[in-house]
Write a protein that binds this ligand. Structure first.
Ligand code: PMP
Length: 375
């Protein structure tokens, strides 16, 4: 068992998170070639394992491409855009990462409106419904959990409202998939995306998406080529189809070692069982937050909007800001500062996702107690 110190801290930030030693070992034996049969099997297994994790059936399409969560966001948006037809998106914003989708739309030249929630609160479904009834949108983008505010949006209602209105729904689940309850197919979500480094608990470097059959069809039937080479799914579908069938095709070298990690990590998640994964995250987040409240911490997230994967807490009255975070580092636990414009200095963020168990929560709570006692 690792000893946590200032220079080797327990990562309790909302990503990247701690990796399981078996996952890290599976990646680090040697460099794997992208054509060797063992790797082809691992890639095939990873693409297959993702489907039950996204709660999607076999006719959905897994996408795994080297890059960050932002690449996954860009791929999702870019491959919906068709410059030959007039299109409009609605971008839901419940924090910093919602704003990123607006920035992306600006740089990709997609017309959009914004539906913004009050800071710390989730997007209201009734307001979303009103927007979709009053204006004709082609796509709606939302964060499942916005990592800046710790808000978990009601993605179940979101999916229903969008599919009832015939609008394509895109969910950024970078801080959610593998921790926050989610059933992509049942909830009618067309594209759900994530990165490697959050609740899947793999080192950073993979953009991961799940496409519904309808979303894939749209990506394959644009009237104009999109102005990107690497992010154009037309270049990737033949590769992903080949690996899904246990054969090799080349477009750009896959991140072989990370994909080994993905295979192992997704195996572990499926072994635990999705319902168990969801209930562990729910139970530990409640335990953590109750204990933090008892210590005297507050929350920037409304009670009905708090995520299972992370918490956004206001500082203790006795010890604030960088002082608290460096006291935590002295105790061997890294937590993250706030990033939401206007209130960043008033709060900090703790990730409790991926492999986090009782031990990590207890260790963190002890570090919090010691940090308060220092002052
Ligand atoms: N969306 C959300 C909700 C995130 O938390 C993050 C990363 N913190 C991203 C997108 C971007 O991911 P990356 O940093 O891997 O590009």
């Amino acid at each position: 068992m690792r000893t946590y110190t200032k220079n080797n801290p327990l990562l309790m930030i909302p990503g990247p998170v701690e990796g399981h030693y078996e996952v890290l070992e599976s990646m680090n034996k040697r460099v794997f070639s992208h054509t060797e049969p063992k790797f082809v099997k691992a890639f095939q297994g990873a693409l297959q394992n993702l489907k039950p994790i996204f709660r999607a059936s076999d006719n959905y399409h897994s996408v795994v491409i080297a890059g960050g969560g932002t690449l996954a966001m860009e791929i999702a948006m870019l491959n919906l855009i068709d410059k030959d037809i007039s299109q409009k998106a609605l971008i839901c914003q419940s924090g910093y990462f919602g704003k990123r989708y607006a920035t992306l739309a600006q740089s990709l030249g997609l017309e959009y409106d914004v539906l913004e929630s009050t800071v710390g609160e989730k997007i209201r479904t009734d307001l979303l419904q009103e927007k979709l009834e009053s204006t004709s949108y082609d796509f709606v983008f939302i964060q499942h959990v916005d990592t800046s505010t710790g808000v978990a949006n009601d993605v179940k209602s979101f999916g229903k409202v969008c599919s009832d209105q015939g609008v394509i729904s895109v969910v950024d689940g970078v801080c959610a998939l593998g921790g926050q309850e989610m059933y992509q197919e049942k909830w009618g979500i067309d594209i759900y995306l994530t990165g490697a480094q959050k609740a899947l608990a793999i080192p950073p470097g993979l953009a991961i998406l799940m496409y519904s059959p309808k979303a894939r069809e749209i990506s394959e039937n644009r009237s104009q080529k999109i102005p990107s080479y690497y992010s154009d799914l037309e270049n990737w579908w033949p590769i992903l189809d080949a690996y899904s069938q246990g054969t090799v095709k080349y477009f750009s070298t896959p991140a072989t070692n990370l994909i080994y990690g993905l295979f192992k990590a997704t195996d572990q998640i499926l072994m635990e069982g999705m319902e168990n994964v969801f209930s562990r995250h729910r139970r530990l987040s409640t335990k953590f937050r109750n204990a933090m409240q008892d210590f005297g911490f507050g929350f920037i997230t409304a009670e009905d909007s708090r995520a299972a994967t992370m918490s956004a807490l206001t500082y203790h009255p006795d010890i604030g800001g960088a002082k608290f975070r460096s006291a935590m580092m002295e105790e061997g636990v890294q937590v993250a500062g706030g990033i939401q414009a206007g209130i960043a200095e008033t709060y900090f963020r703790v990730g409790h996702m991926g492999n986090v168990g009782e031990r990590e929560i207890n260790y963190t709570l002890k570090a919090v107690e010691n940090s308060i006692e220092r002052y």
